[in-house]
Design a protein around this ligand. Structure first.
Ligand code: URA
Length: 435
């Protein structure tokens, strides 16, 4: 293949044939196209876009770059949820065990942090011993037995996405509708799902900055998923404000476990319930939204989802005793400092983009493909918009490796919060459903 000519064709706005796209994915996955050429190709796609036919060819080729899961007959529907990425977005950690308790099978394949957004795999790997790299046969066995597995792409499954995702993360080529569509749907189609619910985020910390862009992405995903026979709905959700009160890998696991134990935060719980309700409706298990929400609340009121999380930790090699001990520790990083207010009033906004950048720069995210992340750094006790505060109230707590890192984070965090004397309506999280 003359790959430089294909880069030029894409750069000049031409569309490529389906066979050509398939060959590009095959050759890149086999290591026959170097990263620097693929990065140029991705940048050309970023600027020129792809036709629906090109996106479909890319998606199917990425799915077929590895094993596609085949499920035994079982009355439990195989479902999943995927988010386009946000700051503090630990919904999957709460939702996956909850869905298993609602009678679904959940083979959740997630990604690592991308840009300033966190990744479910990085979060799970902050649990001592937790293994996210399961071969396909083991994913199927675990899901058949306990209803849920939370894993990453391996060399066996969607290797094309694993390689492209890592390259896009460090080449400014993430916020592209065809590339995100292909990345997400290749993973979800490889899971052999019956239904998928998407959380498509927009706002200061999302790849899609406006609701209009998010709607375009949601429509692209829902349309292509339908072409491929996958029942899919998308919720458009606001990402101007972080989800919950913590951002940073381990700190988010701790908050998600708290949520499974019935200890909020409210926005995390509400979003989890709406995504689960969508899947109950999509699979016909519930016939209306009120009944769906009611059955979810009943399951959440039991200790079953929390126990399911531990069951999953054990099934995936986690050290349950060490995990339980770690959950009891309030501070793990060498330096923990608080950002306090000097005044009183109401918080009117919390800029998730700044929060995400601060967490990444504390070491919680990556700047290059090779960067090692520090699972314990980040922020917790992040105040919510609409909260009243007085002199000395904590706006956020910084967990850092050094005092210098913590002080720099505190300095930058000041501009993440806006205040006024009167409360404002808190922003709506879910603004639309695309189906
Ligand atoms: N999530 C994914 O899985 N892929 C993307 O490209 C962006 C978000």
């Amino acid at each position: 293949m003359n790959f430089p000519a294909l880069i030029e064709a894409k750069r000049d706005g031409q569309s490529l044939t389906m066979d050509t796209i398939r060959a590009v994915i095959r050759d890149f996955t086999n290591g026959d196209i170097p990263d620097y050429q693929m990065a140029a190709f991705l940048m050309a796609v970023f600027y020129r876009g792809m036709t629906p036919e090109e996106t479909e060819a890319m998606t199917r080729a990425m799915r077929d770059s590895g094993t596609v899961l085949q499920w035994p007959d079982d009355p439990r529907p195989v479902v999943d949820k995927h988010s386009t990425g946000g700051v503090g977005d630990k919904v999957s950690l709460v939702l996956a065990p909850l869905l298993a308790c609602l009678g679904f099978r959940v083979p959740m394949i997630s990604g690592r942090g991308l840009g300033i957004t966190g990744g479910t795999l990085d979060k799970l790997e902050s649990i001592p011993g937790f293994n996210t790299q399961l071969p396909p046969a083991q994913i199927i066995e675990q899901v058949q037995s306990i209803g849920v597995a939370m894993v990453g792409q391996t060399i066996d499954m969607i290797p094309a996405d694993k390689m492209l995702y890592a390259l896009r993360d460090v080449t400014g080529t993430v916020p592209s509708i065809p590339l995100i569509t292909a990345s997400i749907l290749s993973k979800k189609l490889a899971e052999g799902l019956q239904a998928l619910v998407m959380d498509v985020k927009f706002g200061s910390a999302a790849f899609m900055k406006t609701s209009a862009e998010a709607r375009n992405l949601a429509q692209s995903i829902v349309r292509l998923a339908r072409e491929c026979g996958l029942n899919t709905r998308a919720l458009l959700t606001n990402m101007d404000v972080p989800v919950g009160c913590s951002a940073g890998n381990w700190l988010e696991v701790r908050e998600a476990v708290g949520c499974l134990e019935g200890d909020g935060p409210g926005d995390l719980q509400a979003l989890t319930i709406e995504l689960a309700a969508s899947l109950l409706l999509q699979t016909g298990i519930a016939t209306d939204a009120a009944t769906a929400r009611q059955s979810i609340l009943e399951v959440l009121a039991t200790d079953a989802p929390r126990k399911k999380f531990d069951e999953m930790v054990q099934a995936q090699g986690g050290d349950l005793a060490a995990f339980t001990r770690k959950l009891q520790l309030d501070k793990l990083s060498p330096v923990v400092m608080e950002l306090e207010t000097l005044d009183e009033g109401f918080i009117t906004s919390v800029n998730a983009g700044i929060i995400g950048e601060v967490v990444r720069d504390l070491g919680g995210g990556r700047r290059t493909k090779e960067s090692e992340i520090d699972p314990e750094v980040g922020l917790d006790m992040i105040a919510r918009p609409d909260e009243p505060f007085g002199v000395g109230s904590v706006l956020a707590r910084v967990h850092a490796r050094t005092r210098d890192d913590a002080e720099e984070a505190l300095r930058r965090l000041k501009s993440a919060f806006e205040f006024q004397d009167e409360p404002l309506e808190p922003p709506r999280t879910i603004i639309e459903v695309v189906q």
